[in-house]
Design a protein around this ligand. Sequence first.
Ligand code: 5GP
Length: 184
Amino acid sequence: MTFDDQEYLRRYPFIDRILISSEEIQLRVRELGNEISRAYQGSSPIFVCILKGAYPFLADLTRCVSVDHEVDFMAVSSYEGGTQSTGVVKIEKDLKGNITGRDVILVEDIIDTGLTIAHLMELLGTRNPRSIRVATLLDKKPARIKNVELHYVGFEIPKEFVIGYGLDYDEKYRNLPFIGIMKA
Ligand code: 5GP
């Protein structure tokens, strides 16, 4: 845990504990960046950041990628069915560029039920990219409803509600440099 992490804990007493420290995140993101750089030699992939939660991950990850690449952004919202995501996603903001024939890497903050990413892969698949892969910082595997192949995973986490590093609670706390768990 860095001094910064500790400082945030002091400032935000409602955070119960840090699940993944900022140091651990930065180390792992560097590893993923290296892995992606090796896998995409000779290609010029498009990183598609799924807003809002994936923006810190996209920024840190792409700074560790050594092959030429582009970034684009998509914003989606899930239609809620009770307390759980239904997997029917509404496109709030679509891609600016054309992905036909391109290698696409979808960048997500967290895969929970898997419904959102499954829907997005199906949708983007109809635009005939050369390939689509998923890079997610967190994989909440015990919550999975829809099985999706995740190519680049930062950390597997238990079925708990997490905040920080892009992940919000009521639109706040995305700025925290670590992944934390709030007090019940
Ligand atoms: P899925 O369709 O995989 O269930 O939903 C993924 C989306 O749900 C994520 O992009 C994120 O916005 C939200 N989500 C899932 N788990 C958490 C969590 O623990 N914390 C926060 N802040 N958002 C979550």
